[in-house]
Design a protein around this ligand. Sequence first.
Ligand code: SAJ
Length: 440
Amino acid sequence: MGTVTQASGFWKNSDLSNKINSISVIGLGYVGLPTAAMIANRGYQVIGVDVDPIVVAAITRGETPFVEPDLDKLVRSAVSSGNLKAAFKPEPADVFIISVPTPFKNGNIPDLSYLETAVKTLAPVLSIGNLIIIESTSPVGTTEKIRDWLSKFRPDLSMPGKTAHQDVYIAHSPERVLPGRVLLELVENDRVIGGITPICAEKAASFYQLFVNGTCHVTDAQTAEFVKLAENAYRDTNVAFANELSLLCEELNINVWNMLELANRHPRVNILKPGPGVGGHCIAVDPWFLVASAPNLTPLIQAARSVNNQKPKTVIKQIMSRVVEINARTISFLGLAYKANIDDLRESPAVEIVIKTAEIFKGDVYVCEPNITDLPQSLKSSKNIKLSSVDRCLDVADLVVLLTDHREFAQISSDSLTNKSIIDTRGVWKSFLTKVTNGG
Ligand code: SAJ
Protein backbone atom coordinates (compact mmCIF):
# COMPACT_ATOMS: atom_id res chain seq x y z
CA MET A 1 0.00 0.00 0.00
CA GLY A 2 1.03 3.61 0.12
CA THR A 3 0.70 4.10 -3.62
CA VAL A 4 -2.69 4.64 -5.16
CA THR A 5 -3.93 1.43 -6.75
CA GLN A 6 -7.11 0.60 -8.60
CA ALA A 7 -9.33 -1.61 -6.55
CA SER A 8 -10.62 -3.85 -9.28
CA GLY A 9 -7.78 -6.34 -8.86
CA PHE A 10 -8.53 -6.77 -5.18
CA TRP A 11 -12.23 -7.04 -5.60
CA LYS A 12 -12.20 -10.47 -7.14
CA ASN A 13 -10.24 -11.78 -4.15
CA SER A 14 -12.57 -10.48 -1.48
CA ASP A 15 -15.98 -10.07 -3.05
CA LEU A 16 -18.33 -9.04 -0.29
CA SER A 17 -21.44 -8.49 -2.34
CA ASN A 18 -23.18 -11.74 -1.46
CA LYS A 19 -22.42 -11.31 2.24
CA ILE A 20 -24.00 -7.90 2.63
CA ASN A 21 -27.59 -7.93 3.76
CA SER A 22 -27.87 -4.79 5.79
CA ILE A 23 -26.14 -1.43 5.89
CA SER A 24 -26.35 1.21 8.56
CA VAL A 25 -25.68 4.85 7.71
CA ILE A 26 -24.98 6.98 10.77
CA GLY A 27 -25.68 10.67 10.14
CA LEU A 28 -28.44 11.47 7.65
CA GLY A 29 -27.25 14.82 6.34
CA TYR A 30 -26.26 16.00 2.88
CA VAL A 31 -24.13 12.92 2.29
CA GLY A 32 -25.59 10.23 4.56
CA LEU A 33 -29.21 10.49 3.41
CA PRO A 34 -28.50 10.38 -0.35
CA THR A 35 -26.11 7.46 0.24
CA ALA A 36 -28.66 5.58 2.36
CA ALA A 37 -31.49 6.21 -0.13
CA MET A 38 -29.38 5.18 -3.09
CA ILE A 39 -28.22 1.91 -1.56
CA ALA A 40 -31.76 1.13 -0.38
CA ASN A 41 -33.01 1.64 -3.93
CA ARG A 42 -30.46 -0.95 -5.07
CA GLY A 43 -32.32 -3.51 -2.97
CA TYR A 44 -30.30 -3.53 0.27
CA GLN A 45 -31.80 -3.17 3.73
CA VAL A 46 -30.64 0.18 5.06
CA ILE A 47 -31.05 1.61 8.55
CA GLY A 48 -30.37 5.33 8.65
CA VAL A 49 -29.46 6.72 12.06
CA ASP A 50 -29.72 10.32 13.19
CA VAL A 51 -30.04 12.08 16.54
CA ASP A 52 -32.33 14.79 15.16
CA PRO A 53 -36.04 13.94 15.70
CA ILE A 54 -37.08 16.22 12.82
CA VAL A 55 -34.83 14.31 10.42
CA VAL A 56 -35.94 10.86 11.63
CA ALA A 57 -39.63 11.84 11.49
CA ALA A 58 -39.34 13.37 8.00
CA ILE A 59 -37.60 10.31 6.55
CA THR A 60 -40.06 7.96 8.24
CA ARG A 61 -42.81 9.83 6.35
CA GLY A 62 -40.79 9.42 3.14
CA GLU A 63 -39.84 13.11 3.08
CA THR A 64 -36.49 14.81 2.60
CA PRO A 65 -35.54 17.39 5.25
CA PHE A 66 -33.36 19.57 2.94
CA VAL A 67 -33.16 20.64 -0.70
CA GLU A 68 -31.06 18.51 -3.06
CA PRO A 69 -32.12 17.94 -6.67
CA ASP A 70 -34.09 14.66 -7.17
CA LEU A 71 -33.39 13.38 -3.65
CA ASP A 72 -37.05 13.60 -2.63
CA LYS A 73 -38.08 10.96 -5.20
CA LEU A 74 -35.26 8.65 -4.19
CA VAL A 75 -36.08 8.87 -0.48
CA ARG A 76 -39.80 8.38 -1.10
CA SER A 77 -39.27 5.22 -3.11
CA ALA A 78 -36.64 3.83 -0.68
CA VAL A 79 -38.99 4.30 2.28
CA SER A 80 -42.10 3.02 0.53
CA SER A 81 -40.26 -0.13 -0.61
CA GLY A 82 -39.48 -0.82 3.06
CA ASN A 83 -35.72 -0.89 2.35
CA LEU A 84 -34.94 2.37 4.14
CA LYS A 85 -35.81 2.95 7.79
CA ALA A 86 -34.77 5.83 10.01
CA ALA A 87 -33.88 5.31 13.66
CA PHE A 88 -32.22 7.09 16.57
CA LYS A 89 -29.79 4.31 17.46
CA PRO A 90 -27.69 1.92 15.40
CA GLU A 91 -28.88 -1.67 15.02
CA PRO A 92 -26.70 -4.64 14.02
CA ALA A 93 -25.68 -4.53 10.33
CA ASP A 94 -22.97 -5.86 8.01
CA VAL A 95 -21.61 -2.48 6.97
CA PHE A 96 -21.62 0.80 8.91
CA ILE A 97 -21.06 4.11 7.14
CA ILE A 98 -20.33 7.05 9.40
CA SER A 99 -21.23 10.40 7.83
CA VAL A 100 -21.61 12.81 10.74
CA PRO A 101 -20.35 16.41 10.72
CA THR A 102 -16.75 17.26 11.59
CA PRO A 103 -16.86 21.01 12.26
CA PHE A 104 -14.22 23.05 14.05
CA LYS A 105 -14.36 24.64 17.46
CA ASN A 106 -12.84 27.82 18.89
CA GLY A 107 -9.36 28.46 17.59
CA ASN A 108 -10.15 26.56 14.36
CA ILE A 109 -9.42 23.25 16.09
CA PRO A 110 -11.18 20.15 14.63
CA ASP A 111 -14.20 19.06 16.66
CA LEU A 112 -14.42 15.25 16.58
CA SER A 113 -17.20 15.02 19.17
CA TYR A 114 -19.87 13.92 16.64
CA LEU A 115 -17.59 11.14 15.45
CA GLU A 116 -16.86 10.09 19.02
CA THR A 117 -20.58 9.93 19.87
CA ALA A 118 -21.30 7.95 16.71
CA VAL A 119 -18.58 5.45 17.57
CA LYS A 120 -19.82 5.13 21.14
CA THR A 121 -23.38 4.33 20.02
CA LEU A 122 -22.21 1.98 17.28
CA ALA A 123 -19.78 -0.05 19.41
CA PRO A 124 -22.38 -2.17 21.29
CA VAL A 125 -23.96 -3.52 18.07
CA LEU A 126 -20.69 -4.40 16.29
CA SER A 127 -19.98 -8.02 15.52
CA ILE A 128 -17.24 -10.09 13.93
CA GLY A 129 -16.83 -9.46 10.19
CA ASN A 130 -18.35 -5.97 10.23
CA LEU A 131 -16.99 -3.27 7.93
CA ILE A 132 -16.90 0.30 9.30
CA ILE A 133 -16.35 3.12 6.81
CA ILE A 134 -15.79 6.72 7.87
CA GLU A 135 -16.96 9.13 5.17
CA SER A 136 -16.83 12.29 7.31
CA THR A 137 -13.99 14.60 6.28
CA SER A 138 -11.40 14.07 8.99
CA PRO A 139 -8.02 15.34 10.17
CA VAL A 140 -5.10 13.03 9.42
CA GLY A 141 -4.96 10.26 12.03
CA THR A 142 -8.71 10.20 12.78
CA THR A 143 -9.43 6.72 11.37
CA GLU A 144 -6.83 5.22 13.68
CA LYS A 145 -8.23 7.25 16.56
CA ILE A 146 -11.65 5.74 15.80
CA ARG A 147 -10.10 2.28 15.78
CA ASP A 148 -8.63 3.04 19.25
CA TRP A 149 -11.99 4.29 20.56
CA LEU A 150 -13.69 1.14 19.28
CA SER A 151 -10.98 -0.96 20.87
CA LYS A 152 -11.69 0.71 24.22
CA PHE A 153 -15.47 0.12 23.95
CA ARG A 154 -15.13 -3.42 22.53
CA PRO A 155 -12.02 -5.05 24.03
CA ASP A 156 -13.47 -8.42 22.99
CA LEU A 157 -12.92 -7.63 19.27
CA SER A 158 -9.47 -7.68 17.59
CA MET A 159 -9.01 -4.36 15.84
CA PRO A 160 -7.13 -3.93 12.55
CA GLY A 161 -3.47 -2.99 12.74
CA LYS A 162 -3.15 -4.09 16.35
CA THR A 163 -2.60 -7.82 15.93
CA ALA A 164 -2.13 -10.09 12.88
CA HIS A 165 -5.76 -11.21 13.15
CA GLN A 166 -8.62 -8.74 12.82
CA ASP A 167 -12.29 -9.21 13.68
CA VAL A 168 -13.60 -6.02 12.06
CA TYR A 169 -12.49 -3.87 9.12
CA ILE A 170 -12.11 -0.10 9.29
CA ALA A 171 -11.54 2.27 6.36
CA HIS A 172 -11.81 5.95 5.48
CA SER A 173 -13.47 6.87 2.21
CA PRO A 174 -14.08 10.62 2.22
CA GLU A 175 -17.25 11.83 0.61
CA ARG A 176 -16.44 14.05 -2.39
CA VAL A 177 -19.89 14.93 -3.70
CA LEU A 178 -20.80 18.48 -4.60
CA PRO A 179 -24.05 19.75 -3.03
CA GLY A 180 -26.46 20.34 -5.92
CA ARG A 181 -25.03 17.35 -7.83
CA VAL A 182 -24.93 14.76 -5.05
CA LEU A 183 -26.89 11.93 -6.68
CA LEU A 184 -24.85 12.01 -9.85
CA GLU A 185 -21.49 12.38 -8.13
CA LEU A 186 -22.19 9.61 -5.58
CA VAL A 187 -22.21 7.15 -8.44
CA GLU A 188 -19.88 8.69 -11.02
CA ASN A 189 -17.00 10.13 -8.96
CA ASP A 190 -13.85 8.15 -8.32
CA ARG A 191 -13.42 7.19 -4.67
CA VAL A 192 -10.30 7.21 -2.55
CA ILE A 193 -10.43 4.38 -0.03
CA GLY A 194 -7.90 4.21 2.76
CA GLY A 195 -7.76 1.14 4.96
CA ILE A 196 -6.13 0.79 8.34
CA THR A 197 -4.77 -2.43 6.81
CA PRO A 198 -4.76 -3.48 3.14
CA ILE A 199 -7.59 -5.96 3.75
CA CYS A 200 -9.72 -3.16 5.26
CA ALA A 201 -9.26 -1.15 2.06
CA GLU A 202 -10.08 -4.17 -0.10
CA LYS A 203 -13.29 -4.89 1.79
CA ALA A 204 -14.39 -1.24 1.58
CA ALA A 205 -13.55 -1.11 -2.15
CA SER A 206 -15.65 -4.24 -2.72
CA PHE A 207 -18.53 -2.55 -0.98
CA TYR A 208 -18.33 0.65 -3.05
CA GLN A 209 -18.08 -1.38 -6.25
CA LEU A 210 -21.72 -2.33 -5.62
CA PHE A 211 -22.87 1.15 -6.67
CA VAL A 212 -19.94 3.33 -7.79
CA ASN A 213 -19.20 3.66 -11.52
CA GLY A 214 -16.03 5.68 -10.90
CA THR A 215 -12.74 3.97 -10.08
CA CYS A 216 -12.05 3.03 -6.46
CA HIS A 217 -8.44 3.89 -5.58
CA VAL A 218 -7.18 2.10 -2.51
CA THR A 219 -4.53 3.45 -0.20
CA ASP A 220 -3.86 3.74 3.53
CA ALA A 221 -6.22 5.62 5.85
CA GLN A 222 -3.93 8.58 6.55
CA THR A 223 -3.32 9.24 2.86
CA ALA A 224 -7.06 9.12 2.16
CA GLU A 225 -7.67 11.62 4.97
CA PHE A 226 -4.98 13.94 3.59
CA VAL A 227 -6.23 13.66 -0.01
CA LYS A 228 -9.68 14.98 0.93
CA LEU A 229 -8.26 17.89 2.92
CA ALA A 230 -5.86 18.75 0.09
CA GLU A 231 -8.74 18.81 -2.42
CA ASN A 232 -10.77 21.27 -0.40
CA ALA A 233 -7.77 23.45 0.51
CA TYR A 234 -6.87 23.56 -3.20
CA ARG A 235 -10.35 24.84 -4.07
CA ASP A 236 -10.26 27.37 -1.23
CA THR A 237 -6.88 28.67 -2.40
CA ASN A 238 -8.06 28.97 -5.99
CA VAL A 239 -11.18 30.92 -4.93
CA ALA A 240 -9.00 33.12 -2.68
CA PHE A 241 -6.82 33.93 -5.69
CA ALA A 242 -9.95 34.84 -7.67
CA ASN A 243 -11.20 36.98 -4.79
CA GLU A 244 -7.88 38.79 -4.54
CA LEU A 245 -7.92 39.44 -8.29
CA SER A 246 -11.44 40.84 -8.00
CA LEU A 247 -10.23 43.41 -5.48
CA LEU A 248 -7.35 44.39 -7.73
CA CYS A 249 -9.67 44.68 -10.73
CA GLU A 250 -11.97 46.96 -8.76
CA GLU A 251 -9.02 49.16 -7.83
CA LEU A 252 -7.76 49.32 -11.42
CA ASN A 253 -11.26 49.70 -12.88
CA ILE A 254 -11.11 46.48 -14.88
CA ASN A 255 -14.08 44.18 -15.41
CA VAL A 256 -13.04 41.07 -13.46
CA TRP A 257 -15.43 38.76 -15.35
CA ASN A 258 -14.06 39.73 -18.76
CA MET A 259 -10.51 39.47 -17.46
CA LEU A 260 -11.10 35.96 -16.05
CA GLU A 261 -12.82 34.73 -19.16
CA LEU A 262 -9.78 35.76 -21.18
CA ALA A 263 -7.21 34.42 -18.69
CA ASN A 264 -9.02 31.07 -18.60
CA ARG A 265 -8.61 30.78 -22.38
CA HIS A 266 -5.01 29.80 -21.63
CA PRO A 267 -4.84 25.98 -21.83
CA ARG A 268 -3.17 25.67 -18.41
CA VAL A 269 -5.06 28.35 -16.47
CA ASN A 270 -8.33 27.66 -14.66
CA ILE A 271 -9.09 30.40 -12.15
CA LEU A 272 -12.34 29.93 -10.22
CA LYS A 273 -14.89 32.69 -9.72
CA PRO A 274 -14.73 35.49 -7.19
CA GLY A 275 -17.78 35.96 -4.99
CA PRO A 276 -18.97 37.43 -1.68
CA GLY A 277 -16.82 34.94 0.27
CA VAL A 278 -16.53 31.20 0.79
CA GLY A 279 -19.18 29.39 2.77
CA GLY A 280 -20.55 25.96 3.50
CA HIS A 281 -19.43 23.30 5.89
CA CYS A 282 -16.48 22.03 3.84
CA ILE A 283 -14.31 24.50 1.97
CA ALA A 284 -14.55 27.09 4.75
CA VAL A 285 -13.71 24.49 7.41
CA ASP A 286 -11.52 21.65 6.13
CA PRO A 287 -8.38 23.67 5.31
CA TRP A 288 -8.11 24.36 9.05
CA PHE A 289 -7.68 20.61 9.64
CA LEU A 290 -4.44 20.78 7.67
CA VAL A 291 -3.39 23.97 9.46
CA ALA A 292 -4.07 22.38 12.86
CA SER A 293 -1.63 19.56 12.01
CA ALA A 294 1.26 21.99 11.44
CA PRO A 295 0.52 25.74 11.71
CA ASN A 296 4.11 26.68 10.86
CA LEU A 297 4.06 24.79 7.58
CA THR A 298 0.80 26.17 6.18
CA PRO A 299 1.16 29.93 5.50
CA LEU A 300 -0.48 29.68 2.06
CA ILE A 301 -3.51 27.73 3.29
CA GLN A 302 -3.95 30.21 6.16
CA ALA A 303 -3.59 33.20 3.82
CA ALA A 304 -6.29 31.77 1.53
CA ARG A 305 -8.63 31.35 4.49
CA SER A 306 -7.96 34.89 5.58
CA VAL A 307 -8.54 36.37 2.08
CA ASN A 308 -11.84 34.48 1.77
CA ASN A 309 -12.96 35.37 5.29
CA GLN A 310 -12.23 39.02 4.60
CA LYS A 311 -14.37 39.16 1.45
CA PRO A 312 -17.80 39.58 3.14
CA LYS A 313 -16.42 42.53 5.12
CA THR A 314 -15.20 44.16 1.90
CA VAL A 315 -18.63 43.67 0.32
CA ILE A 316 -20.30 45.31 3.35
CA LYS A 317 -17.99 48.34 3.02
CA GLN A 318 -18.88 48.59 -0.64
CA ILE A 319 -22.60 48.39 0.12
CA MET A 320 -22.37 51.11 2.74
CA SER A 321 -20.43 53.44 0.49
CA ARG A 322 -23.05 52.90 -2.25
CA VAL A 323 -25.81 53.62 0.30
CA VAL A 324 -24.24 57.00 1.02
CA GLU A 325 -23.59 57.71 -2.66
CA ILE A 326 -27.22 57.15 -3.76
CA ASN A 327 -28.88 57.95 -0.42
CA ALA A 328 -30.50 54.50 -0.40
CA ARG A 329 -33.46 53.88 1.91
CA THR A 330 -34.13 50.28 0.96
CA ILE A 331 -31.67 47.51 0.16
CA SER A 332 -32.79 44.19 -1.33
CA PHE A 333 -30.47 41.21 -1.02
CA LEU A 334 -30.89 38.30 -3.41
CA GLY A 335 -29.76 34.99 -1.94
CA LEU A 336 -28.81 33.70 1.50
CA ALA A 337 -27.58 30.19 0.69
CA TYR A 338 -23.83 29.71 0.55
CA LYS A 339 -24.05 28.68 -3.10
CA ALA A 340 -26.49 28.31 -5.99
CA ASN A 341 -29.72 26.28 -6.01
CA ILE A 342 -29.57 24.77 -2.52
CA ASP A 343 -31.08 25.81 0.83
CA ASP A 344 -27.92 25.47 2.94
CA LEU A 345 -27.16 28.60 4.94
CA ARG A 346 -24.26 27.17 6.95
CA GLU A 347 -21.23 29.49 7.13
CA SER A 348 -22.87 31.46 4.33
CA PRO A 349 -21.11 34.75 3.54
CA ALA A 350 -24.50 36.03 2.34
CA VAL A 351 -25.98 35.62 5.82
CA GLU A 352 -23.04 37.44 7.38
CA ILE A 353 -23.36 40.29 4.87
CA VAL A 354 -27.12 40.70 5.43
CA ILE A 355 -26.91 40.60 9.24
CA LYS A 356 -24.01 43.01 9.51
CA THR A 357 -25.42 45.42 6.93
CA ALA A 358 -28.78 45.43 8.71
CA GLU A 359 -27.02 46.33 11.96
CA ILE A 360 -25.54 49.51 10.51
CA PHE A 361 -28.08 50.46 7.82
CA LYS A 362 -30.96 52.57 9.08
CA GLY A 363 -33.44 51.80 6.29
CA ASP A 364 -35.40 48.66 5.33
CA VAL A 365 -33.74 45.43 4.31
CA TYR A 366 -35.52 42.93 2.05
CA VAL A 367 -34.18 39.46 1.38
CA CYS A 368 -35.20 36.91 -1.24
CA GLU A 369 -34.09 33.32 -0.72
CA PRO A 370 -36.26 31.10 -2.93
CA ASN A 371 -35.22 27.88 -1.15
CA ILE A 372 -36.48 28.76 2.35
CA THR A 373 -39.89 29.65 3.73
CA ASP A 374 -38.80 31.20 7.00
CA LEU A 375 -35.85 33.35 8.03
CA PRO A 376 -33.31 31.71 10.36
CA GLN A 377 -33.32 33.02 13.93
CA SER A 378 -30.09 34.97 13.41
CA LEU A 379 -31.88 37.13 10.82
CA LYS A 380 -35.30 37.15 12.46
CA SER A 381 -33.93 38.92 15.49
CA SER A 382 -33.10 41.95 13.35
CA LYS A 383 -36.29 44.04 13.15
CA ASN A 384 -35.64 45.58 9.75
CA ILE A 385 -35.11 42.37 7.71
CA LYS A 386 -38.05 40.98 5.69
CA LEU A 387 -38.12 37.76 3.66
CA SER A 388 -39.88 38.54 0.36
CA SER A 389 -40.45 37.40 -3.18
CA VAL A 390 -38.01 38.37 -5.88
CA ASP A 391 -40.59 40.70 -7.47
CA ARG A 392 -41.22 42.53 -4.23
CA CYS A 393 -37.49 42.83 -3.60
CA LEU A 394 -36.95 44.40 -6.99
CA ASP A 395 -39.99 46.67 -6.59
CA VAL A 396 -38.95 48.28 -3.34
CA ALA A 397 -35.17 48.43 -3.66
CA ASP A 398 -33.00 51.48 -4.21
CA LEU A 399 -30.01 49.15 -4.08
CA VAL A 400 -30.08 45.48 -5.20
CA VAL A 401 -27.25 43.27 -3.95
CA LEU A 402 -26.97 39.83 -5.53
CA LEU A 403 -25.26 37.41 -3.15
CA THR A 404 -26.12 33.92 -4.45
CA ASP A 405 -26.26 32.86 -8.09
CA HIS A 406 -29.59 30.98 -7.85
CA ARG A 407 -31.22 30.17 -11.19
CA GLU A 408 -34.20 32.41 -10.29
CA PHE A 409 -31.91 35.45 -10.23
CA ALA A 410 -30.17 34.58 -13.48
CA GLN A 411 -33.62 34.79 -15.12
CA ILE A 412 -34.21 38.38 -14.04
CA SER A 413 -34.36 40.62 -17.10
CA SER A 414 -32.29 43.75 -17.50
CA ASP A 415 -35.57 45.73 -17.74
CA SER A 416 -36.53 44.82 -14.16
CA LEU A 417 -33.27 46.33 -12.96
CA THR A 418 -33.59 49.66 -14.74
CA ASN A 419 -33.08 52.60 -12.38
CA LYS A 420 -31.73 50.37 -9.64
CA SER A 421 -28.30 50.64 -8.19
CA ILE A 422 -26.76 47.16 -8.36
CA ILE A 423 -23.97 45.22 -6.73
CA ASP A 424 -23.61 41.81 -8.36
CA THR A 425 -21.07 39.83 -6.33
CA ARG A 426 -21.36 36.72 -8.56
CA GLY A 427 -21.29 38.14 -12.07
CA VAL A 428 -24.77 36.77 -12.81
CA TRP A 429 -25.78 39.89 -14.73
CA LYS A 430 -22.39 40.55 -16.30
CA SER A 431 -23.85 40.39 -19.80
CA PHE A 432 -25.98 43.49 -19.34
CA LEU A 433 -24.41 45.50 -16.53
CA THR A 434 -22.14 48.14 -17.98
CA LYS A 435 -20.37 48.98 -14.74
CA VAL A 436 -19.75 45.67 -13.01
CA THR A 437 -19.07 45.83 -9.31
CA ASN A 438 -17.70 42.64 -7.94
CA GLY A 439 -17.49 43.20 -4.24
CA GLY A 440 -13.96 44.54 -4.47
N1 SAJ B 1 -17.10 29.43 -4.57
C1 SAJ B 1 -16.72 30.62 -5.16
N2 SAJ B 1 -16.21 30.58 -6.42
C2 SAJ B 1 -16.08 29.41 -7.11
C3 SAJ B 1 -16.47 28.20 -6.50
C4 SAJ B 1 -16.98 28.25 -5.23
O1 SAJ B 1 -16.83 31.70 -4.58
O2 SAJ B 1 -15.63 29.46 -8.26
C5 SAJ B 1 -17.68 29.46 -3.22
C6 SAJ B 1 -19.14 29.02 -3.23
O3 SAJ B 1 -19.99 30.06 -3.58
C7 SAJ B 1 -19.30 28.55 -1.80
C8 SAJ B 1 -17.94 27.98 -1.47
O4 SAJ B 1 -17.03 28.51 -2.42
O5 SAJ B 1 -19.59 29.62 -0.93
C9 SAJ B 1 -17.87 26.47 -1.48
O6 SAJ B 1 -18.63 25.94 -2.56
P1 SAJ B 1 -18.08 24.81 -3.54
O7 SAJ B 1 -19.07 24.60 -4.59
O8 SAJ B 1 -16.70 25.15 -3.95
O9 SAJ B 1 -17.91 23.56 -2.60
P2 SAJ B 1 -18.82 22.78 -1.53
O10 SAJ B 1 -18.39 23.23 -0.18
O11 SAJ B 1 -20.26 22.85 -1.82
O12 SAJ B 1 -18.32 21.28 -1.81
C10 SAJ B 1 -16.93 21.00 -1.69
C11 SAJ B 1 -16.50 20.14 -2.90
N3 SAJ B 1 -15.05 20.04 -2.93
C12 SAJ B 1 -14.35 20.27 -4.06
O13 SAJ B 1 -14.87 20.60 -5.09
C13 SAJ B 1 -12.87 20.09 -3.98
C14 SAJ B 1 -17.15 18.76 -2.81
O14 SAJ B 1 -16.65 17.92 -3.83
C15 SAJ B 1 -16.86 18.13 -1.45
O15 SAJ B 1 -17.49 16.87 -1.32
C16 SAJ B 1 -17.43 19.05 -0.39
O16 SAJ B 1 -16.73 20.30 -0.47
C17 SAJ B 1 -17.23 18.43 0.98
O17 SAJ B 1 -18.23 17.95 1.55
O18 SAJ B 1 -16.09 18.38 1.45
